[in-house]
Design a protein around this ligand. Structure first.
Ligand SMILES: NC(=O)C1=CN([C@@H]2O[C@H](COP(=O)(O)OP(=O)(O)OC[C@H]3O[C@@H](n4cnc5c(N)ncnc54)[C@H](OP(=O)(O)O)[C@@H]3O)[C@@H](O)[C@H]2O)C=CC1
Ligand SMILES: N[C@@H](CC=O)C(=O)O
Length: 837
């Protein structure tokens, strides 16, 4: 292996390592701005902002000509040509002069609007020289300079942007791509990569952001060439392959690739991630944004280096676009529907058997079939194909057709998708159904043009179940691990979870995020091996660009700090399932703000395990209220820990030993003082009170703290070590209760009395209860909830059962997950297409 290859491999390994975990930062990037993104001073200022926010100095910017400049240069060329072809006495030089003047003024306007006087003077001077050269070419050997003339569009655009960057953003130099980019065959746009890469290295200046002209290059003889239609996109991906960039972003006037043309199919979904092969097939079958040749340089077969491509809108840079690259299974499930009209089906005996392959090689048809002897081609190919067949002495018939195709990774090999596609076409009776050679599409050949209605209906049938849900689990302790253990079976079993993928795992200091999904059966092992340090800024940045239709964060942390992120989650439409009680018991203003945000952004927020673990107490209260009931009393034993401790504690074992036992069983909070202080019960009562419709805060609930003061300020570890200091207090309380034939229980009580002066009273405290009390005879760890309401007055509603522990809590979280996924599925079903034409 050469030194260069070794270096290249080392770079690849490094890039692989940092990009596998998606919270890591990326390497060199190429940003390409299309003509519409650079059309006006306003657009160019937006581009400056995008560069400020997204580029580093070692990145590369590739530009198209500003707005319509290339079209205007081409029109200039045509005018000059017409003039040349006109008899001398009939020639009128004015239209050409006017067009040239208009072009010059357009450039001067941009220069003077954007640059300071000094820089504007320099660029105007250079522009003047260019216009003189243009004038010479237009009146000289026109044909020989066709491409030189067109090249000015990109040249001016790069020069202007680079000058502007120098003035306002960062050091920059503009590079004329003809100084490095060499193609050895203009027709097939084949790039001389070794020569071009070496020449680009020489031109790129260290510490300056390079602004490179798109669209143009040179051939081996040094003539200016263009890269054809959408050549600037192609330039960007070529440059990316030359500098071995990790990513190219095509900043354009659309915000991504959709599952169908969104101008025709209003319910088209944006495809966040497209595998390379599928993107190429979409480009081939008429996607207006992607072009097959743009994607060619993205995979280097020799080094296996993969560059990802993003399509994003320069008009709304915050909107997440589409990423094209190498992905795992989840992205491979994406389906889209595309169509082409104004095609011809050519039928000939010549297409039967081996000649078909030859014809395909020459004409690259949309589709063909060598058993039935047909090819579908563009109308523009009819003449050439007729001639080709005539030279083979064969007859051909042509008929107008359209096509509609379903496109997705290896769809032609998936019986279920093909069957669905056939069903969706049953009213149409296509002429043929053809699998594409690469198997990434199934194409239906239609006798009539594809209509808007057909496209909408087929799109609906093909993509109705296609929304993907990403799942991020925060908190991988006692409950989090059990949740993950149960996850594989749930994903297999529950239909509503069919498109749910585990994509992120977080502890307090480490994160493992993978957009391609994590293997659920090995989640914890993967986390231990691959998780990396992270901060909230990185996490939020990933969350704001996640590639899923919906994202759910399951918060199984005990952290207030993590709960403060809910505000950003909800703002981004992310759903939250919390076992963590902090947010739901936060100060009233904050809690109301979160509720408002989640409603505004359609974020679902469930927290049924925050009280009673898996018991359906939150459901019950919601249900009572929805049925018109009014709750006036909630009481009970809300702490599994305290229930277990007081039901078990009979004096034979010290209270502190029992507490350590409860901790090891996973019943207590990570810091058992959260239970013993009454705070956990206080939070639960607040959560239920809010559910029942009362507006109060923690301070409104009197709370008896059972932790002696000297133990309150210690670290968790120190507290556990000194836990024996609890024992005397509880021994004495137990003895006093025993003397009255009673027992001690930690009880929560909320009472609403609309006649009394203090209408609402709420407290959590240690009570001495008669041995016969309903709260006195629970199975250790059970919770009991007693509710009095209009419907349940004399005879209260009672819910009782285990209120803490790994299984019931993890189970309760899974119940919330299914509920959310079912609701999201219903949301998707609301977009039924009615049929429009
Ligand atoms: N035990 C039970 O029966 C019930 C518990 N709950 C709630 O479940 C939650 C988890 O309890 P449990 O599993 O026992 O706790 P553990 O202490 O066992 O685990 C907590 C996990 O959260 C992580 N974590 C802590 N802070 C953060 C943070 N800021 N960001 C991301 N991750 C963080 C920890 O990471 P690290 O290891 O790095 O510290 C750890 O992985 C608590 O809120 C608890 O109230 C709710 C109902 C019942
Ligand atoms: N520590 C809590 C756990 C559940 O919220 C309890 O004991 O109830």
């Amino acid at each position: 292996m050469t030194t260069e290859q070794l270096q290249a491999n080392a770079i690849d390994e490094h890039v692989d390592a940092v990009t596998h975990n998606q919270l890591a930062k990326h390497a060199t990037q190429v940003h390409k701005f299309g003509g519409s993104s650079l059309a006006t001073t306003q657009c160019i200022n937006r581009v400056l902002d995008i560069i400020r926010q997204n580029c580093q100095l070692n990145d590369v910017v590739v530009v198209s000509a500003n707005g319509d400049t290339t079209d205007n240069l081409f029109a200039l060329y045509q005018l000059a040509k017409e003039q040349r072809d006109t008899a001398l006495e009939e020639q009128d030089p004015r239209p050409l002069e006017q067009a040239l003047n208009a072009l010059k003024q357009q450039q001067e306007l941009l220069i003077n609007d954007l640059l300071n006087a000094n820089n504007a003077r320099q660029l105007t001077h250079a522009l003047k020289a260019d216009i003189e050269q243009l004038t010479t070419w237009l009146s000289g050997n026109l044909a020989a300079h066709h491409n030189d003339i067109l090249a000015y569009g990109e040249l001016w655009s790069a020069r202007l942007l680079s000058a502007l960057l120098n003035e306002k953003v960062c050091p920059s130099n503009s590079i004329d791509s003809r100084d490095f980019l060499v193609i050895d065959n203009e027709t097939h746009y084949r790039v001389d990569s070794a020569k071009s890469a070496a020449q680009l290295r020489q031109r790129k200046q260290f510490g300056k952001l390079a602004v490179i002209t798109g669209y143009i290059c040179r051939d081996e003889q040094g003539h200016t060439c263009t890269l054809g239609r959408n050549g600037s996109d192609y330039s960007a991906t070529i440059v990316a392959s030359l500098v071995r960039a990790s990513n190219v972003t095509l900043w354009t006037d659309v915000d991504g690739i959709y599952s169908a043309d969104p101008r025709i199919v209003p319910n088209a979904r944006k495809l966040h991630r497209l595998p390379n092969g599928v993107a190429k097939e979409l480009g081939r079958l008429g996607n207006p944004v992607l072009h097959a040749k743009t994607l060619l340089p993205l995979i280097n077969q020799t080094t296996d280096h993969h560059t990802h491509l993003h399509v994003a809108s320069s008009f709304d840079s915050e909107v997440i676009g589409t990423e094209i690259g190498k992905f795992g299974q989840i992205a491979k499930q994406e389906l889209s529907v595309t169509y082409l009209n104004d095609l011809l089906i050519a039928q000939s005996e010549c297409f039967l058997g081996e000649y078909c392959a030859k014809a395909c090689e020459t004409f690259s048809p949309i589709c063909s079939n060598d058993k039935q002897g047909f090819m579908v081609i563009n109308q523009s190919q009819q003449k050439a194909l007729s001639q080709w067949l005539a030279s083979h002495d064969t007859e051909v018939t042509f008929k107008p057709v359209g096509i509609i195709a379903t496109v997705g990774h290896k769809v032609a090999e998936r019986g279920d998708i093909k069957a669905r596609f056939k069903r969706s076409l049953k009213s149409t009776k296509p002429l043929h159904l053809v699998n594409s050679d690469n198997a990434h599409s199934v194409i239906a050949v239609l006798t009539e043009p594809c209509t808007t209605e057909l496209l909408n209906n087929v799109h609906h049938d093909m993509t109705k179940d296609a929304r993907h849900i990403g799942l991020v689990v925060a908190g991988l302790g006692n409950i989090g691990q059990r949740f993950l253990e149960l996850l594989p079976a749930q994903l297999n079993r529950v239909y509503a979870l069919e498109n749910t993928h585990l994509v992120g795992l977080l502890s307090s200091s480490k994160a493992l995020i993978n957009n391609d999904g994590l293997d659920v059966s090995q989640a914890m092992t993967l986390f231990e091996q691959e998780a990396q340090g992270y901060d909230h800024e990185q996490l939020l940045s990933w969350l704001s660009h996640h590639p899923y239709d919906e994202l759910i964060v399951v918060d199984i942390t005990p952290s207030e700090e993590f709960s403060l992120l809910y505000e950003q989650f909800f703002t981004q439409g992310i759903h939250v399932i919390g076992a963590n009680k902090w947010a739901a018991s936060s100060p009233t203003a904050h809690f109301n703000h979160l509720k408002k945000l989640s409603a505004e952004h359609n974020s679902l927020w469930l927290g049924n395990t925050t009280v009673g673990a898996g018991l359906p107490i939150n459901f019950a209260i919601d249900d009572l209220r929805q049925s018109g009931d009014e709750i006036n009393q909630i009481a009970g034993i809300f702490s599994g820990t305290l229930s277990w401790l007081f039901e078990t504690y009979d004096g034979s074992t010290s209270f502190s030993s029992l507490m350590l036992d409860a901790l090891s069983q996973g019943i207590t909070e990570p810091d058992p003082r959260e239970d013993l202080s009454g705070r956990d019960v206080q939070r639960k009562l607040l959560i239920l009170a809010r559910k029942a419709g009362f507006e109060l805060s923690l301070d409104d609930i009197a709370c008896q703290n059972l932790v002696p003061e000297p133990l309150q300020g210690l670290s968790t570890q120190a507290f556990l070590e000194q836990a024996a200091a609890l024992d005397d207090f509880f021994a004495q309380k137990l003895q006093e209760a025993n003397e009255q034939n009673a027992c001690i229980r930690y009880v929560a009580r909320l009472q609403y009395d609309d006649i009394a002066e203090a209408k609402l009273t709420a407290k959590v405290s240690l009570e001495v209860l008669p041995a016969t009390d309903a709260f006195a005879n629970l199975t250790p760890c059970d919770n009991i909830f007693l509710i009095n309401s209009r419907w349940y007055q004399e005879n209260p509603l009672i819910i009782r059962g285990p209120g803490a522990g790994r299984d019931v809590t993890a189970g309760g979280l899974h119940s919330d997950l299914v509920t959310i996924c079912q609701q999201l599925a219903n949301k998707q079903n609301q977009v039924k297409i009615k049929g429009i034409n």
